[in-house]
Design a protein around this ligand. Structure first.
Ligand SMILES: [Zn+2]
Length: 94
């Protein structure tokens, strides 16, 4: 029996890959193997298209994410995914 990963993890991996995260980073952040990441990419043709990074001229220095401790530039994708689940709670912030 092959180990199965949850739909939630697949979804999270796709968000990261779609945002241009490397396979290794994606695997590490989501907690799945790189083989699984490759399988997800194989299953989703849209993720295979190389993304052109345009209109992003600002240099953003990498900072340590207060949420998960990873070095990130701008938004931390991992925490964005996590916080999207808790958005209901934090929506009334402003
Ligand atoms: Zn984070």
């Amino acid at each position: 029996m092959a180990p199965r990963i949850t739909e939630e993890k697949i979804k999270a991996a796709k968000v990261l890959l779609d945002a241009g995260a490397p396979q290794r980073t994606t695997a590490c952040l989501v907690g799945i193997s790189r083989a699984t990441v490759r399988r997800i990419i194989k299953d989703d043709a849209s993720l295979r298209r190389p993304k052109k990074l345009t209109g992003r001229r600002r240099r953003i220095r990498a900072e340590r994410c207060p949420g998960c401790g990873a070095m990130v530039r701008g938004d931390c994708l991992a925490c964005r995914i996590t916080s999207s689940k808790e958005r209901d709670r934090d929506a009334a912030d402003e």
